[in-house]
Write a protein of this length. Structure first.
Length: 116
């Protein structure tokens, strides 16, 4: 299996089973009603709208009137820094973060104000 195929396999495992790394969410997702939050995680697990060149490491979806974005980071095995080899699960700790789009926009607004 080539490196890209292995990365896709490991990313799909984390996204579909929530195993093989950590899954976290922003405050905007956490603050949703429990059932709505659970259903959003279910939509995330079934997500399959990837471009041909994608490593299946990010996506955007709309559910129940809310827009969500998700991303997988490749950290060093101890959870810090950047992994030297995302295709090697012995050297990589994957972190999937689910964002509510409002959280992303609020972060961008704050960072623009901080630099402006």
């Amino acid at each position: 299996m080539d490196q890209r195929a292995r990365i896709i396999e490991l990313n799909d495992q984390l996204r579909t089973t929530f195993k093989g790394g950590r899954v976290q969410m922003t405050r905007g997702v956490y603050d949703l009603d429990d059932r709505l939050r659970g259903r959003a995680l279910s939509v995330l697990a079934r997500y399959n709208k990837f471009d041909d060149g994608s490593e299946h490491d990010c996506g955007v979806f709309i559910f129940a009137g809310f827009a969500f974005e998700w991303r997988i980071e490749y950290r060093g095995k101890d959870g810090s820094g950047v992994s030297p080899d995302p295709a090697d699960p012995e050297r990589t700790f994957r972190v999937l973060t689910l964002y509510a789009i409002d959280d992303v926009l609020a972060y961008v607004d704050r960072s623009v104000c901080a630099h402006g």
